[in-house]
Design a protein around this ligand. Structure first.
Ligand SMILES: [Zn+2]
Length: 69
């Protein structure tokens, strides 16, 4: 199942897949410049596919978690 198969959890509209620049995302990236997300065109909510997040933020998350412990 893909994120775009699910309706928006805020307003129930269907989601569309978008490629966005990672600079616009609130997650740390690992040198990649773009990523696929699911976006709601009705209310503007954005959903990050699990694969995208782990792909982009795996190493960053690990070091951040270590610092906050
Ligand atoms: Zn929505």
């Amino acid at each position: 199942m893909r994120e775009t198969d699910l309706p928006c959890s805020d307003c129930g509209a269907s989601l569309v897949e978008r490629v966005v620049f990672t600079a616009d995302l609130p997650i740390e990236t690992d040198g990649q410049s773009s990523a696929r997300i699911a976006r709601c065109d009705t209310c503007g909510a954005r959903y990050y596919p699990h694969r995208t997040v782990s792909q982009l933020a795996g190493r960053s998350n690990a070091s951040r978690r270590r610092r906050s412990d």
